[in-house]
Design a protein around this ligand. Structure first.
Ligand code: GLA
Length: 354
């Protein structure tokens, strides 16, 4: 028995202002757990996994229909590209040439720009193999898109296994030297209600990328010991979030890239484990990326509602595996450059259990 139902279910989710029909796909596994994904932004709209009593609940933040995703979403569930997090002053040099990007975060470029991959319509194709039901999404980001050079062909593949693993595979090629740093921006709440401050967080990182007060890297890395950023042994997200520390102030809470303790660059590594005591749900994030952005939902302020819930301050957290912020302008950071003839390939797994 493969454990998968024979067909990936899909329904119409909405229509963009340009008249494109957006479809919602449901990837379901043998136990009945499922994830819903739309081909607008590659957004995960729902993710239902069991608690310790076998009760399914939706553990991601999101909206009921397309309209709020078009304009006001704080990247709920989306694929982020071409460049996750910030590029300082929205510019960089590549091969001796200067490039200016579209700005959308003061002077900076955030998450690829105002029309990042989270706001694009992707071509979608479903599949089923021995591992489970899948959705393959494809996008062409044209030369000059948001200011980035090169035609970038991008494929992101989601697959949901019988072990409640959501596997995200990223692939890209270019016809000119460019930058790529893709990630997944789901906001999780493993209790499916309330704030996330009682979730037990563990992040396997000795250092973070420390940032200034507009969240641009200071240039080095900061050791976590004796700081609120020490999650090497589990502690609640809330425990030290209000401590007086310059990095907590600069991030308005946790909004930092943690440098994952990896045996080698690009080796699949357990980056973080989150446990929610009341439901017993556990999320593990494994990745080949060198960093994971831990964002504690600091900018949620109760102004957004979706799926019957109001999204108050810190009612969701993100763990976004990616390269470090502003790498194009930081010579010491691992490179995010992609050349013609090379393949950008990286994988992240969101693994749910109890
Ligand atoms: C990322 C950024 C944050 C914020 C959120 C979405 O995590 O680092 O500063 O933009 O996305 O609001």
């Amino acid at each position: 028995m493969t454990g998968t139902t024979s067909k990936v279910l899909s329904t119409t989710f909405g229509t963009t202002p340009a008249g494109e029909i957006i479809t919602e796909y449901q990837l379901q596994n043998a136990s009945g757990s499922f994830v819903k994904i739309i081909n607008f932004g590659g957004i995960i709209t729902q993710l239902h996994v069991p608690d310790k009593n076998g009760q399914l609940a939706d553990v991601v933040l999101g909206f009921d229909n397309l309209e709020p995703y078009l304009e006001k979403s704080p990247y709920f569930g989306a694929i982020i590209g071409r460049y996750g997090n910030r590029i300082a002053n929205a510019c960089f040099q590549l091969r001796g040439q200067h490039y200016s990007l579209a700005t959308n975060n003061g002077a900076n470029n955030l998450h690829g720009g105002p029309i990042g991959f989270d706001k694009r319509v992707w071509q979608a194709e479903t599949f089923i193999d021995a591992k489970g039901q899948g959705l393959r999404l494809h996008l062409l980001s044209q030369d000059g898109d948001q200011g980035f050079p090169g035609n970038l062909q991008v494929t992101v593949t989601y697959q949901f296994t019988d072990d409640n693993e959501l596997i995200v595979d990223y692939f890209a090629t270019t016809d000119q030297t460019t930058l790529v740093n893709l990630t997944q921006h789901s906001y999780f709440n493993l209790a499916a209600r309330g704030d996330i401050l009682q979730h037990q967080m563990q992040i396997f990182a000795d250092r973070i990328v420390d940032i200034n007060n507009v969240q641009i890297p200071l240039g080095g890395l900061m050791r976590v010991e004796n700081t609120p950023f020490d999650f090497r042994t589990p502690k609640t997200i809330g425990k030290d979030i209000n401590q007086s520390h310059s990095q907590i102030a600069n991030g308005v809470g946790y909004d930092h890239t943690f440098v994952i303790n990896q045996s080698a660059y690009k080796v699949m590594t357990l980056a973080a484990r989150v446990t929610e005591p009341s439901s017993g749900r556990v999320l593990e994030v494994l990745t080949e990326e060198p960093g994971v952005q831990f964002y504690s939902g600091n900018f949620l302020d109760g102004s957004l509602t979706g799926k019957g819930t109001t999204y108050h301050h810190r009612t969701g957290f993100c763990l976004e595996p990616q390269h470090y912020p502003d790498s194009p302008n930081q010579t010491e950071f691992p490179s995010t450059i992609l050349n013609p003839g090379e393949e950008y390939k990286t994988k992240t797994i969101f693994r749910f259990s109890v």
